[in-house]
Ligand binder design. Sequence first.
Ligand code: ATP
Ligand code: MG
Length: 578
Amino acid sequence: MRYSKYFIPTYREIPSEAEVVSHQLMLKAGLIRKLTAGIYTYLPAGLRAIRKVETIIREEMNRAGAIELLMPAVQPAELWQESGRWDLYGKELLRFRDRHNREACFAPTHEEVITDLVRREIRSYKQMPVNFYQIQTKFRDEIRPRFGLMRGREFIMKDAYSFDVDEEAANKSYERMYEAYTRIFTRCGLRFRAVEADTGAIGGSYSHEFMVLADTGEDQIVNCLKCQYAANLEKAEIRPLDSASATGSQGDDKPQPMEEVKTPDIRTVDQLTQFLSISPRQLIKTLIYEADGEPIGVLVRGDHEINETKLKNFLGAESVELAPPDLVEEVTGAPMGFAGPVGLKIRLLADHSIKGMKNVVTGANKSDLHLKNVNIGRDFEVDRFADLRLITPEDNCPRCGGQIAFSRGIEVGHIFKLGTKYSKPLKAFFLDERGEERPVVMGCYGIGVGRTVAAAIEQNHDEHGIIFPIPISPFEVVILPLQMHDPDVKETAEGLYTQLMKKGIDVLLDDREERPGVKFNDADLLGTPVRVTIGQKAMKEGKLEIKLRSEKTFTEVQVGDALSAVLETVQRLHDSIQ
Ligand code: ATP
Ligand code: MG
């Protein structure tokens, strides 16, 4: 590609609307442009990166035996009513009416449509296993679209759906996708980790998220330093045993008489522990939640945080939210900040870690008052104990007891065992070997294509711009002739450009009449892994420079050796990845 005839509209300044580096650089380097909130145009160079990710995905999905098709983006409401999701999906689902006043939506995901296809076409066990995939535009009316392609409203997703005769076969399909995803993100040149993820109402451990490791990631990851265990923070389990033994209470203390203490205007754990000179481990926090309309009290130790995902799963509720102030007042009889378990007339859940606590401090359900020497069993009862809190650095690995570490990641892929969640309501049945009718067992597997490119940039950049991993870089090589008016420089650049193109290399020739500084800056910004600089000075000795975007130093080679040296460098970069 000739820069002068191509279209890479770069910015000099960092666009103020962009908060994260990948978004800033994608705008600045001329990869994307915003149309409106969460909706972007992929500019030519950005599209090249997107297409490269898609190609890797396609190759690996095909290798894993999945079959590509393409489903409609606009879908009738009836199908979503059949699965029950028309009412459940909420505002992320973009709904509209056609000229006949029929309701429809722009698909955020395709379980309904693929299950509809399968129930019509797949009737026998002989037609399975089968896995269909597509690379297609989705729409989700995200409440907070942000970070550019990272969380858009309209975005490209690869989604796949597997269909099997039973659990065991479905597990195999899942494993196959796990392996395919591992290959895909490895081939994209990313540092990533597959972590156990929340399965919501479905349960089990059959969901993994593929996280690109980056400090700016929205997700927190926990992993064991000893065994293979890794999980999304919201999923990370805590062994009840660990929780109980880790209590900060004075286990041998005899129960003391409960007493009220005045705590004027003290509402936070920090304020309270300072005021009473106690550790947060001697305190029980009482939070009032509203679960599907019902108020529920949840107890955790003062230094712990509630894991709302665990709470939601435990309750099997559609919606779980912190109760608004007026409900808290109604339930506890006191303003926010003074809730406590003693005398509370609502259902009380408690995290395992408070089981062994004695003589603790809690709210008194009275304004400006707390209680001291509160004891479970004597002063209040808990309806159910459960694992309801977030894991902390003081906890151990739930599998092996080893030390755990925390990091951040960007979820680029998600694999999920669906079971019969969709096949049952949509009646996707097949005849088994004995001629009996059974629901197909499903799995679904997504990859955010645009998010993968954004995550790659989030992970690979410096103060000058992007440092693309070579497999997904818009170009593999950029040639910078520094003085286009010098016939020697120009001819050498043109010659190398033609030869590299013949060899099938994605090469960009910066043939603009621009100052060298501009060309260097733009090359660094776009992040092309291999840069060839052709300048008057070195040319006098018949030399040019080859430099990696990821390294500070360059090597000089003779013009005659340039082609093989560049090819070798490109190959070396590719080899270092697979
Ligand atoms: P998130 O928790 O980030 O909202 P999700 O659980 O809703 O993701 P899935 O439904 O599993 O995501 O979608 C599959 C993949 O699609 C995700 O792993 C992610 O890479 C991508 N994706 C999801 N939502 C968006 C979005 N708003 N913008 C860009 N990519 C997205
Ligand atoms: Mg989402």
